[in-house]
Design a protein around this ligand. Structure first.
Ligand code: BTN
Length: 249
């Protein structure tokens, strides 16, 4: 495996912090940070999730970290490509251990229809481009069970009965993320989208959804350039933002 060029070049480990995304964002407001810096927390006490949720993690069993990127080459209307590149990096890492890791739109990492990883990207925008980005990643590594209110969560241990070292896994993952991030820098947009769609959970299959009008069965047809989910319902196709649609399992 090639040595990481950008991601993980600088790496700090915190024993305890509320949220690695918050830590890195506050740090970036005060100091200049090298692109690719990784901050990992052994014990993250108030992890932030998508749509204002909290990310559940347990010390030693979870991998919780954030990385600092400067994707200033990426116009705002292409910001979903950063999300796709990060998802692709995680998937390519998981493929060393699993046959069919999948991405549940927009950025949940799935194993056997259960969630084992999540991503929260917080961008700073300036002059129509992303000036910097804090990419937070949570992976359920070694949990043996989850609280009852997380019935769709799984861990790598639960899927394999193997223990994963957070340090080794992080190093390995950074190398895969680095490869995908370089693809993004090189403008390989088609390749990035193809890889993302190739691992998209439910693509071209019937799936139950909920929107503001209630539940319905639709077929995922793809993703727009802006990252909206394209769902066919009967003879009509509609595009949905994250807040507008929910998967029903
Ligand atoms: C999701 O809801 O799926 C996104 C979860 C993102 C969690 C990670 S854990 C490390 C980083 N720090 C945070 O506070 N959140 C992200």
């Amino acid at each position: 495996m090639q040595k990481s060029l950008i991601i993980g070049n600088s790496h700090i480990v915190l024993h305890k912090t509320a949220s690695t995304n918050q830590y890195l964002s506050e740090w970036a407001r005060k100091k200049v940070i090298a692109e690719g810096t990784v901050v990992r927390a052994i014990n993250q006490t108030q992890g932030r999730g998508q749509k204002g949720t909290q990310w559940y993690s347990t010390p030693d069993e979870s991998l919780t970290f954030s990385l600092y990127l400067i994707p200033d080459f990426l116009p705002i209307d292409q910001q979903f490509f950063l999300n796709m590149a990060i998802c692709n990096g995680i998937i390519s890492c998981f493929k060393q251990f699993f046959d069919q890791p999948q991405i549940k739109w927009p950025n949940d990492i799935f194993l056997n229809k259960k969630k084992c990883g999540g991503i929260l990207i917080e961008n700073s925008i300036s002059h129509g481009c992303i000036s910097s980005s804090v990419v937070g990643i949570g992976i359920n590594l070694n949990q043996k069970a989850f609280p009852n209110d997380l019935p769709f969560a799984t861990s790598l241990f639960m899927q394999t009965q193997l223990h994963f070292s957070p340090d080794d896994f992080l190093l390995n993952l950074c190398q895969h993320l680095d490869i995908e991030y370089r693809q993004l820098r090189e403008g390989k947009m088609e390749q990035i989208q193809k890889c993302y769609l190739g691992h998209l959970f439910g693509l071209n299959n019937e799936q139950r959804f909920r929107n503001e009008s209630g539940e319905f069965i639709g077929i995922i047809k793809g993703i727009t350039q802006a990252g909206l989910l394209v769902v066919q319902n009967g003879y009509t196709e509609k595009q949905y933002a994250l807040k507008e649609i929910q998967f029903v399992f």
